[in-house]
Design a protein. Structure first.
Length: 101
């Protein structure tokens, strides 16, 4: 696993929102669930929709393309339990958000 990479300022992803960031050539979706950060693959396993742009309801994000739902804490897909997306370590250090992938 690679070192942590700074992806955003801590104030750039408010509670209840997500964002797509690029980390070493990968698209990662970072979410703020009531102050707790989570990072998963941005690319939806259905047809590649950008999960970082999906609507967040608690810890569940809905893909903006066809509404498949994913748990941002585990990567589990609620719509199709046979698939999931990868999760990555994420942390706040100082005033910045860091992801390792
Ligand atoms: S691409 Fe995400 S639900 Fe279809």
């Amino acid at each position: 696993m690679a070192d942590y990479i700074r992806v955003a300022g801590a104030d750039e992803i408010p509670a209840g929102q997500g964002r797509t960031v690029e980390v070493q050539g990968k698209s990662i979706a970072v979410f703020n669930v009531d102050g707790n950060l989570h990072a998963i693959d941005d690319t939806c396993v259905h047809r590649g929709g950008p999960l970082g742009q999906g609507a967040l309801d608690g810890n569940i994000v809905s893909c903006p393309w066809h509404s498949w739902r994913f748990d941002v804490g585990t990567g589990a897909c609620l719509t199709n339990p046979r698939v999931q997306v990868e999760c990555y370590p994420v942390k706040i250090e100082g005033s910045d958000i860091w992801v390792s992938c």
